[in-house]
Design a protein around this ligand. Structure first.
Ligand code: G1P
Length: 294
């Protein structure tokens, strides 16, 4: 079976939920303490065996390219200050993987973004990680869990989690029969259904391992929800040709694409950082007391 070596990370979205910050800063570059969100996502991919990261990017996303590049001017300054360790740390970011950037010239949806990667991906299985979802699992990274299922069955695998009924309209929803513990054989996929339409409460989260046959399916995918070419619809077409699996991903998921999810992620990461943790807890407790007394 072919190795999953490449990951596609679509990052061309405008991030309108975070305006005005995203007017000039890509939402993927917003920091969780001192590391941008996208860094965590690339780390997850690399820890899962990915060698090439393909960003589907846009004209307003140059900061992402700069982040994963060397920065000689800054290195010179750090060198003068004897900060070799810092230089090494910065270089490690650029050396994590091979980075490829493809411009998505038009914003036609997630399915279109993935299709844009066709020539660079070629005829091999690949991972897709969405740029605003973080999955925390130190021992078994989110996308690795799907790659392992791919190695078992050799077919596409979608990462899922159970959501409440009220939330089904925020996600792509899948239904299917469980074949092994936590792994389903998908028989239905619907992008952002209403509560009545939803066949289940199993939601697609931003992780996929796909066979290259998905490209043909995406070329035949009509415009769907929101006037966009949806990856979920493309997968629905792919399913007519070959089986697709869904796996509940184990780990803590942060949806940093919305304000509360972003705040929660910052809090969670701060509580794990030895350099800020204690002070941060003190401040939080003080704030809580103030709120209680008011
Ligand atoms: C996308 C997908 C959707 C999936 C979701 C996960 O939607 O289209 O199927 O459930 O990501 O976050 P978006 O949140 O980009 O609208």
């Amino acid at each position: 079976m072919r190795k999953v070596r490449k990951a596609v990370i679509p990052v061309a979205g405008f991030g309108t939920r975070f305006l005005p910050a995203t007017k000039s800063t890509p939402k993927e570059m917003m920091p969780l303490i001192d590391k941008p969100i996208i860094h965590y996502i690339v780390e997850e991919a690399v820890k899962s065996g990915i060698e090439t990261v393909i960003f589907i990017t846009g004209r307003h996303k140059r900061a992402i390219e700069d982040y994963f590049d060397y920065y000689p001017e800054l290195e010179q300054i750090l060198e003068k200050g004897g900060k070799e360790k810092e230089i090494e740390k910065l270089r490690e970011i650029s050396n994590m993987a091979e980075f490829v950037y493809i411009r998505q010239k038009e914003q036609l949806g997630l399915g279109h973004a993935v299709l844009t990667a066709e020539r660079v991906v070629g005829d091999e299985p690949f991972a897709v990680l969405l740029g605003d979802e973080i999955i925390k699992n130190e021992t078994n990274p989110g996308i690795k869990q799907l790659i392992d299922v791919y190695y078992k069955f050799g077919k596409s695998v979608i990462g899922t989690m159970e959501v409440s009924k009220e939330d089904v309209s925020k996600y792509g929803i899948v239904d299917g029969k469980e074949v092994v513990d936590g792994i389903k054989l998908v028989d239905k996929l619907i992008e952002k259904p209403s509560v009545e339409e939803a066949p289940s409460t199993t939601a697609i989260i931003g992780r996929y391992v796909l066979t290259p046959d998905v490209f043909e399916a995406l070329k035949n995918t009509p415009i769907g929800k929101g006037g966009e070419i949806q990856l979920t619809d493309g997968l629905s077409i792919l399913r007519q040709k070959e089986v697709i699996y869904a796996k509940d991903i184990e780990g803590l998921r942060h949806d940093t694409g919305n304000k509360i999810g972003y705040l929660e992620a910052i809090m969670d990461f701060a509580l794990e950082r030895e350099d800020v943790k204690n002070e941060f807890i003190k401040i939080m407790m003080q704030k809580c007391r103030e709120i209680e007394q008011s």
